[in-house]
Design a protein around this ligand. Structure first.
Ligand code: ZN
Length: 161
């Protein structure tokens, strides 16, 4: 299946980046001190933000992107068209592999905006990419969408290729 290409209006993308920048200050990052803010924009124009939540076990740490996706799902939304990620500079950080796969669960392709801020919260660098280029050949269950929906509805866990 070819990736569905999503688009978003510039005003919505500005709103998306603003939400990711705003939530970054709430990051719980006492170990790495690497604060990340993320936000997803849905086709309906809703924005959901999340920040990284580190844990003393390290392994239980939640990335900002997954935190934003969880907020989207908790609100009953499902159709992201763009994701913004804001990190410390000088260069923007990109989503980790797990977050790329989590985003691909809801959209095989979406616009990813990467923004870097300095210590005063001023934007120092920007870049963008398509999720499909960041995560080529994302894992998908080898099933039609209807079958996938049935599996999700039954709550069972099926392996895939
Ligand atoms: Zn991540």
């Amino acid at each position: 299946m070819a990736p569905r290409v999503s688009s978003a209006a510039p005003a919505d993308l500005r709103r998306l980046v603003a939400a990711a920048r705003a939530v970054r200050v709430n990051a719980h990052a006492p170990y790495s001190r690497y604060r990340v803010g993320a936000a997803v924009l849905t086709r309906g124009g809703n924005v959901y933000a999340g920040c990284n939540v580190e844990n003393a076990t390290y392994g239980a740490t939640l990335c900002a992107e997954r935190s934003a996706v969880a907020a989207m799902v908790a609100a009953g939304d499902r159709d992201p068209v763009a994701c913004a990620v804001v990190t410390a500079g000088p260069k923007p950080g990109a989503p980790c592999g797990i977050c790329r796969q989590v985003l691909a669960e809801f959209a095989l392709d979406l616009k990813v905006l990467l923004v870097a801020e300095d210590a005063r919260g001023r934007v120092v660098a920007r870049s963008s990419a398509r999720l499909a280029s960041l995560l080529p050949r994302a894992f998908r269950l080898g099933l039609h969408e209807a079958a996938l929906h049935r599996i999700r509805g039954s709550g069972s866990c099926a392996g895939g290729r």
